[in-house]
Design a protein around this ligand. Structure first.
Ligand SMILES: [Zn+2]
Length: 329
């Protein structure tokens, strides 16, 4: 039995995107499959849920979305709405299983009650493996009457082209900068504007990256990178220290550090913060500039491939063993 939960709130900097969708919903021109993309931490998953709830509401508005009081909203709040289904990554590998997608497909084929919508959400949709994605194709084309599929991902390139071409892609951007800064200030970030200007991630991720948990894992990643290149520990031991972190988190950091080392050797200014500059200066002698670039490209392609849904240990063991071989050449 699902737990009661409040209705989702639209991240304030995305409200204009909602107004666009609402307009199309009113005109009856909303596509039946929408793929929300945008930088990490901009609020895609929260926004997709907000849109789904607002479409199910009997009395939603362009300004605030779901009304919060109609029968449909009460069902949403009770956590038991018969016309909403969500599929999310699960298990240690954090992937979307083919069985979950098949269940969703079967459910969408049942028709919604007269005059009502049926909404399916697939968040982190890049976590679908190829079988899961393939089983969705036909439904993306014909999801059934008054059914809408909402997908979200930061990495649309990791989705098969056959899935992307069947969805209408909506790139979520910060349309209202002031509301993003105000929200970050409310979360206790005193230098919100400064951080937003320099970050390559959205407001939700910036706030997360300022949390003690995030800072602790950042320390772990930096230690692992030093231990690997300065031969301070075995590959097995280094990998063990990172098993609680996700593959995208590890590869995101490591690939950006490989590129910074490449730039440092080519005497290109890197403009990183002091801790990262020190890290790069400690390890950059381990490889030559070409090797750093090759390593960067390999990690980027791992990041974009299915391996992002594998276990961290599986991905890092092979990668780190190869790096050790490269450093010993
Ligand atoms: Zn309502």
């Amino acid at each position: 039995m699902a737990e009661p939960a409040p209705l989702s709130i639209c991240p304030p900097w995305l409200l204009e995107h909602w107004a666009d969708i609402y307009r199309r919903h009113e005109q009856g021109s909303l596509p039946h499959a929408v793929l929300f993309t945008g930088m990490p931490g901009i609020g895609k998953k929260q926004f997709a849920r907000f849109v789904a709830e607002s479409l199910l509401c009997r009395d939603s508005s362009a300004k605030t979305g779901a009304c919060g009081t109609c029968e449909s909203c009460c069902q949403l709040i009770a956590g038991a709405h018969p016309e909403l289904m969500t599929v999310s990554p699960e298990g240690a590998a954090m992937n979307i299983k083919v069985d979950s997608v098949r269940e969703l497909v079967g459910w969408l084929q049942l028709s919604a009650p007269p005059g009502r919508y049926r909404a399916a959400l697939i968040d982190s949709s890049d976590a679908m493996n190829r079988n899961a994605a393939n089983s969705l194709l036909k439904t993306l084309e014909e999801p059934g009457e008054r059914a809408v599929l909402l997908l979200a991902t930061s990495r649309p390139g990791a989705l098969p082209a056959t899935v992307r071409s069947r969805c209408q892609t909506t790139l979520l951007t910060i349309r209202d900068r002031k509301s993003a800064v105000d929200w970050m200030l409310e979360q206790g970030l005193h230098d919100a504007e400064e951080q937003l200007n320099h970050a390559r991630v959205g407001p939700l991720a910036i706030v997360e990256q300022n949390s003690p948990d995030w800072q602790a894992s950042e320390q772990l990643l930096q230690k692992a990178w030093r231990d690997l290149f300065l031969m301070r520990a075995s590959v097995g031991k280094i990998v063990d220290s990172l098993t609680d972190l996700s593959v995208p988190r590890c590869l995101g950091n490591f690939s950006s550090w490989a590129l910074l080392a490449n730039k440092t050797l080519l005497k290109v200014p890197i403009g990183a913060d002091p801790a990262i500059t020190e890290l790069i200066s400690d390890v950059h002698d381990g490889l030559d500039s070409e090797q750093w670039f090759t390593l960067y490209e390999r990690m980027q392609s791992l990041y974009r491939s299915d391996s992002a849904s594998f276990k961290t240990q599986t991905v890092l063991e092979g990668l780190f063993a190869d790096i050790r071989l490269m450093t010993q050449d």
